[in-house]
Design a binder for this molecule. Structure first.
Ligand code: ADP
Ligand code: MG
Length: 377
């Protein structure tokens, strides 16, 4: 989608509302649904974003992140449900306010800077079309360039900037108009790995400075962890789990979330009782939900929580499973193993770099019960 960046600039009315200081930009999605034909790109999504919060929509390609963002921006109309911003219904199947009536800024992975304008002109453009006095514009531009650490580049043209600098300019341009809501769609995916990491912190820093209510879309879990107050993990058009980065990481509710967030193994067995699952002939003690005997249960365990032992466990030791090393690689700071259980399922684990066990060796895995999380199917 290529869009004229001027759409982001909202209307004069929105600007005055902000200047009056009476706009509270909480964003609420209520059973928001967008169907294309019979397929739901966004499927009954409900989400409340408090004023000043940064919420990440995190999920794999095609899960409905961009569609959700475009619904919030007002580029498309919902099939069902509504969007409420600052207590006002801005989208419903009956009526959708156009983007220019919403005081929102949107940032894309392509920076969409005007090549013929300097950094300062790009950043100030949104203010000049709002007909602010030129000394006011100059002051605001100077201030935001300072916060975004771009002062020394004010006179450069976009073609004379690195990718990261261009993205900082597009952030400054979005923030200088003081939008009620900032929407970002994979803003860092055009940057190389090092810069991407640095810019995550930059985005969080700018958010802490401005506290603009923000919806941030990404498929990168570390990016979500670094930037977000709350993460909404999306799958197939729905929010599968909403929580703080810590909660999502420590207590994934489903197999999908466990696999998508962090490095988890998911092994499936049959419940023996409320807290034991039969896996490869072993009764594995689990934590998490209370189980019903006889049902199939996915159990997640993180790669760094599994330990590998080369001697048989003492009699009566629990949560030990026999396995065979299929491959292992030295990664400098650690060693990465892939092992196979008797039932054919595979487990990846990470050990100290010095623990060097040859491929083909028989080993025992220790899966601590408090780390074996029983999930919903
Ligand atoms: P994401 O941003 O998470 O990668 P999108 O929101 O772009 O996902 O797309 C979600 C689903 O909706 C995809 O299956 C996509 O093909 C479909 N979709 C998006 N836009 C349209 C459209 N205009 N017409 C038909 N299908 C669409
Ligand atoms: Mg997308």
């Amino acid at each position: 989608m290529t869009l004229d960046p001027t759409y982001r600039l909202g209307g004069a009315a929105g600007w005055r509302a902000i200047r009056g200081g009476d706009a509270l930009a909480s964003v609420e999605l209520k059973s928001l649904t967008k169907r294309y034909g019979t397929a739901a790109a966004v499927d009954a999504v409900s989400l409340e974003i408090a004023h000043g919060q940064l919420v990440c929509l995190l999920g794999p390609s095609g899960c409905g992140k961009t569609t959700t963002l475009r619904l919030i921006a007002g580029f498309i109309e919902p099939t069902e449900g509504e969007i409420i911003v600052g207590g006002r219904v801005v989208s419903s199947p009956k009526r959708t306010e156009p983007p220019e009536r919403r005081n929102m800024s949107m940032i894309f992975q392509s920076y969409a800077l005007w090549p013929h304008m300097t950094v300062a002109e790009n950043v100030g453009y949104g203010l000049s079309i709002r007909k602010l006095a030129s000394h006011v514009i100059a002051d605001k531009v100077k201030a935001i360039l300072g916060v975004a650490r771009l002062e020394h580049l004010a006179a450069r043209y976009p073609g004379e900037l690195s990718g990261g600098q261009q993205q900082r300019v597009s952030l400054a341009r979005a923030l200088v108009v003081e939008p009620e809501t900032l929407l970002m769609d994979e803003p860092l995916s055009n940057l190389d790995a090092n810069l991407r990491e640095e810019m995550r912190f930059e985005i969080r820093r700018l958010h802490d400075a401005f506290k603009t209510t923000t919806v941030y879309v990404t498929h990168d879990q570390s990016e979500a962890m670094t930037t977000a107050d709350l993460i909404a993990v999306m799958n197939g058009g729905r929010i599968e789990q909403l929580g703080t980065p810590e909660a999502i990481y420590d207590r994934p509710v489903s197999e999908f979330v466990a696999r998508f967030i962090g490095a988890s193994n998911v092994i499936t067995g049959t419940a023996l009782d409320a807290s034991h699952v039969q896996v490869a002939g072993v009764a594995l003690a689990t934590t998490g939900r209370v189980l019903t005997a006889g049902v199939k249960v996915p159990v997640s365990i993180r790669q760094h929580d599994v330990t590998l032992e080369t001697t048989a466990p003492p009699a009566g030791a629990t949560n030990r499973i026999k396995a065979v090393v299929k491959r292992q690689v030295f990664l400098g700071a650690s060693r990465d193993y892939l092992v196979a259980l008797d039932d054919g399922s595979e487990i990846r684990l990470s050990t100290a770099a010095g623990q060097n066990v040859a491929t083909g060796s028989a080993v025992w895995l220790h899966l601590p019960p408090e780390r074996c999380l029983a999930l919903e199917r």
